[in-house]
Design a protein around this ligand. Structure first.
Ligand code: PLP
Length: 358
């Protein structure tokens, strides 16, 4: 089965098989990773290796902390303003889809955010030119969602904040390509798309931004607490961190993120080409220059056929192709772990479907 779900999403088969082989007895310890104390030497070696491999993959400078947290990326929508702002502080949000909008709305409770650009009236199909952006001169940060999972809009380069730092939600394109971490103050991502199961959220934060949390910040949201305790202040999502570690090893074995990006570009090109060459039978509404390599939304010229498309694809073992309920149509999520064969099968099915229904 090829699983095109947006997240939780398909994981590399070799990673799942490795996890299966050590499920009951992790490397001779006599314990499953699920049964280990998070303070024991076995788990410490797991979390330290996961962090070290992630640092290698993304080339994370030493002045950045890596945190493995809980609560999903959604919790970070609140944790970020609580940690780095005062309630009266202004910040800018560039809203290119539903997730950026959710982040902005949550921030309203903790600071004074301003939407400096929104793609809502154009149904979130593009990213504005950075030169014309009217950034607030006193904004403490500029927040973006690097890849909008629902709308399929992805930043290919990044705006420079006029003032303050750049903060990015990278939940749905984390580790899908190289990123210059030093351009960002904070990067955060839920794991459940490209790097592991749901339950762990990774925060990469410049160390000088840690330690200024508002007084009301719950201890579980305080980056200082987590940084000082190497993500072990309380019981972390041990098994999820272990699985992320296996994925990081796998990405390194593939040659790192430069190689991973090449594969992702190839898969996305095949799919977008099939859509664009279908004479309008299939349509992707997103402006070409910012189409996501990860989430490919598309519609049918005859919307009444969409349910059949999804049903017939499932019969052919291509599942979870229904678009998000807020936008309709279809969406193929083709994260790192989606094999090329999955995309090739989908494109062959699309051509066959068109031939039968055009
Ligand atoms: N941000 C983006 C870009 C997402 O795609 C998602 C979930 O799909 C979230 C945030 C919310 O993540 P979580 O469900 O981990 O809170």
């Amino acid at each position: 089965v090829f699983n095109f779900a947006a997240g939780p999403a398909t994981l590399p088969e070799n990673v799942l098989l490795k996890a299966q082989s050590e499920l009951y007895n992790w490397r001779g310890s006599g314990m499953s990773v699920m049964e280990m104390s998070h303070r024991g030497k076995e788990f410490l070696s797991i979390i330290q290796k996961a962090e070290a491999d992630l640092r290698t993959l993304l080339n994370i400078p030493s002045e950045y902390a890596v945190l493995f947290l809980q609560g999903g990326a959604t919790t970070q929508f609140a944790a970020i303003p609580l940690n780095v702002l005062k309630p009266e502080d202004p910040v800018d949000y560039l809203v290119t889809g539903s997730w950026g909008d959710k982040a902005f709305k949550e921030a309203q409770k903790f600071c004074k955010p301003k939407v400096i650009w929104s793609g809502k009236s154009e149904k979130y199909t593009r990213i504005p030119a950075f030169e014309g952006l009217e950034q607030s001169s006193d904004a403490k940060y500029l927040h973006i969602c690097a890849n909008e999972t629902i709308h399929g809009v992805e930043f290919k380069d990044y705006p420079t904040p006029k003032n303050g730092i750049l903060v990015a939600d990278m939940s749905s394109n984390f580790c899908s390509k190289p990123v210059d971490v030093s351009k960002f103050g904070i990067i955060y991502a839920g794991a459940q798309k490209n790097v592991g199961p749901s339950g762990v959220t990774i925060v990469i934060i410049r160390k000088d931004l840690i330690g200024n949390a508002q007084e009301i910040t719950p201890i579980m949201l305080d980056y200082k607490i987590h940084a000082e305790n190497n993500s072990l202040y309380n019981t972390p999502p041990c098994y999820c961190i272990y699985m992320c570690g296996l994925v990081f090893e796998d990405l390194l074995e593939q040659g790192g993120l430069v190689e991973v990006e090449k594969k992702n570009e190839k898969k996305a090109k095949i799919l977008y080409d099939a859509i664009d060459e279908s004479n309008g039978f299939f349509r992707c509404p997103v402006e070409k220059s910012v189409r996501s390599l990860m989430n490919v939304p598309f519609t049918l010229e005859k919307p009444e056929l969409e349910a059949d498309f999804v049903k017939e694809a499932a019969k052919e073992k291509m599942i979870q192709l229904k678009g998000h309920r807020s936008v309709g149509g279809m969406r193929a999520s083709i994260y790192n772990a989606m094999p090329l064969a999955g995309v090739e099968n989908l494109v062959a099915f699309m051509k066959d479907f068109q031939a039968r229904h055009a």
